[in-house]
Every structure is written in C-alpha cells, then in structure tokens.
Design a protein around this ligand. Structure first.
Ligand code: SF4
Ligand code: SF4
Length: 382
C-alpha cells in the first residue's frame, strides 16, 4: 500500500512537471494550482467568485477529510522535492518550530480582507512558478519566481522534512481537517480546547486580522487605469486579489499579457498587464479567464467578450493614409467588433471609432501601416 502511494505521487510529480512546462496547454495551463484547497479557500474568502474548476479544490479538501494528508501522500509534487532534498541533510531530524497551522490561519484571515497574498506559500504554486526558469523574461523577475522552490530546498537540506511537516500551509490545512474530524468522531478523546485556543493560533489569528486591516488602511491602489486582461476585476480588486500565479501570462497565445515591473505601489508589482507592442487580443480567445485560479479574471465566453473593455482605440487622423487621400482600410477590415466606420467630410474620408463597440483589443493598432493608432484607457477608477 505504501509503495502504491509512492508510485501515485511520482506519477503526479511527472504530470505536474508537464503542466508547469511552458507548453501550449490551453485551459490546462497551470492546472495543478486548481487542485489546491489552500488556494481555493484564500480566493474564496477574498470573495473573487466561484467557477466549476474551483470544485477540484473542494474535492481535494474532502479527500483530506477521508484520509489524513491525502494530498501530501498522493498528489503534491512538492513532497518528492522535499524527500529528495532532505536526503542531502546531515542531520537526521531538524529542530524547526511547527508553523503550518499558524501560517494557514494568518493567510486565511488576511484573505478575509480581500488580500489572498499568502497564496504564494502554496506548494503547487511554488512548484509551478519554479518553471519560469525556462522563460526568456527579465532575469530579476524570473529569480523572484523561482526563489520559492530554492528556499524550500535549502530549508530541507538544513532542517530535513521541515517544509512538509512544519511550514507548508496546505499541510496545516489537512492537519486541521483531521483535528476537526477526530473531534467530531471522538469528542471526548480530543483536546478541543488545546486545538482551538492554543496561544500560537491566537497570535497568528490576531496578526492576520491586524495585517489585513493595516494593508487595507495604509495602502491604496493608484487610480490610474492599466490595461488588464479582458474579464479582469475592477483595478483595485484585481491588483489585490490576483495571486501572481502567471497562468494567464503562460496561456495567452499572443503573449500580450506581461508581468508589471511597476514598483511605485506594492499592489501593482507583478500584476499582469497587457502590452500591445507585438500583438493583440484575439477575438476568439477566452483563455486568460479560463485559467485564472483566483478569479481575478472572471470566466467569459465569446459573446460576453464583446462587453469586456480593455481600453479604446484612438486614431491620430493627421497621419492616417485615408485623410491623405491614399488607399487604406486595414483598421476597419481587421476589427472583429465592427467598431471602425469609414466616414467622409469635405470630400475627405477618415476612419472613426465607435466607442461603444471598441473593446480595445489592439488589432487595429497592430495592423495600421502608419502606426497612428494607440489604445487608451476607457475608464478611470473612481
Ligand atoms: S483573451 Fe486576449 S488577453 Fe486573454 S489570453 Fe486570449 S488573447 Fe490573451
Ligand atoms: S490574473 Fe493571471 S496571474 Fe493573476 S491569479 Fe489570475 S491567472 Fe494568476
């Protein structure tokens, strides 16, 4: 039985590696993060909505009720990394304080304030992000993304098995689930007082409430509208609830979603942003909404996409070929939303944008031979 669990875990590890690789996996991009009930609970408490994929997190939570640390035994790819790195430790047992349940409580309470920031401690998340090492992106960003797994490995080398048994909040969640199960099945045998009122729990609970309140009071998100993926929540909610998993960036077929390097405000840092330098948002694509595990980008379909405004196109008519009596209708031809009309005035023709139809997909900007079109913000956050 033990061997079987190990084999399943190795199989899961291989699948997790394939999913984390930069491959065109469509709606399965970064799929393993959906399996984590820790990520689900953080996003759920931050009230970012609920999709069918979230059911996976709930199912895994129930499996943890069925069997103690079911996710660790059978599914978590981090277990393989931790076991392997712990073998390099000179110590047999490491003295490390047990923090997993406290980190979990801290994270969930901060999430209650709409800030699921400690989702970054999820083992599926850390594992997935490590594969950004294969990305051609800016070195510092990649270093930040891969540093999680490096820290976990170092911790295990110094304090063997410390990540899985003492730190991992997903492990802590499974332990709490088992504690609750025991207290329901054997109420007399369980020290419920100890479980609920332990000093460490109380401190982390208070710290979570304090930090959540402090973040909300002290840090405000600038009211400048950025170009976010279609379906993104309103600016403030988006920047605070996006967990920076990078799924939307990996899934976007035209690679127009990038990590922001804006450092003027902590909530803007690493928030996915659209840049129209090389390509545009394909009208038939719904992937960023499909793969977002925090629901910072809500799921949308083709019909709904017509109402999801990224920005709006603005044409500099002075340099437009049409206004110089030369032939061109590329912006009109390539607009999938029928938002460009060719009008005429004083025997001069000119293109005009219908602001109600233009979603700011950027197609006209990319195809304009004179590069006279830019995408501007449609909305300033009040
Ligand atoms: S909908 Fe647009 S921004 Fe989102 S993944 Fe597709 S092409 Fe990229
Ligand atoms: S918006 Fe992108 S980076 Fe943020 S949580 Fe959703 S998929 Fe991940």
């Amino acid at each position: 039985m033990r061997l079987k669990a190990k084999n399943i875990r190795y199989f899961s590890f291989v699948v997790a590696v394939i999913i984390a690789l930069p491959l065109p996996l469509g709606i399965f991009t970064g799929f393993y993060i959906w399996l984590s009930p820790y990520v689900f609970l953080n996003s759920f408490l931050a009230k970012t909505g609920f999709t069918l994929f979230n059911l996976l997190g709930i199912i895994f939570l129930f499996l943890a009720v069925y069997r103690h640390r079911w996710i660790c035994r059978y599914a978590c790819p981090m277990g393989v990394i931790c076991d392997t790195s712990s073998k390099f430790s000179k110590k047999k047992k490491g003295k490390f304080p047990r923090l997993n349940k406290s980190i979990l409580i801290l994270a969930l309470l901060i999430s209650l304030f709409g800030l699921p920031i400690l989702s970054v401690l999820d083992p599926f998340y850390i594992f997935n992000n490590f594969f950004e090492v294969l990305s051609p992106e800016i070195a510092l960003l990649v270093f930040l993304q891969i540093s999680g797994l490096i820290v976990v490995i170092l911790l295990n080398v110094i304090f063997p098995h410390s990540w899985c048994t003492k730190i991992c909040p997903l492990g802590g969640l499974q332990e709490i689930v088992t504690d609750i199960k025991k207290s329901v099945i054997h109420p007399k045998k369980t020290d419920q007082k100890g479980m609920i009122l332990s000093r460490r729990f109380l401190i982390s609970g208070l710290a979570g409430l304090g930090l959540g309140l402090a973040f909300r009071k002290l840090i405000s998100v600038p009211k400048i509208k950025k170009f976010r993926p279609p379906g993104a929540l309103a600016e403030e909610d988006f920047t605070t609830t996006c967990i920076r998993c990078g799924n939307c960036i990996k899934a976007c077929p035209t690679k127009i979603i990038q990590l922001s390097v804006e450092t003027s405000n902590p909530f803007l840092f690493l928030a996915p942003e659209i840049g129209f330098d090389k390509s545009y948002c394909l009208p038939e694509c719904t992937l960023c909404g499909d793969v977002c595990p925090s629901n910072a980008i809500s799921k949308f379909n083709f019909e709904k996409k017509k109402e999801l405004f990224i920005g709006t196109a603005k044409i500099n008519l002075k340099n437009c070929l049409l206004t110089q009596n030369k032939e061109c209708d590329r912006c009109k031809f390539y607009c999938a939303y029928n938002a460009v009309q060719i009008n005429s005035k004083n025997i001069k023709s000119f293109p005009e944008i219908d602001a109600e139809k233009c979603v700011g997909c950027g197609a006209c900007k990319i195809v304009c031979p004179e590069q006279v079109i830019e995408i501007v913000a449609t909305e300033v956050v009040a």
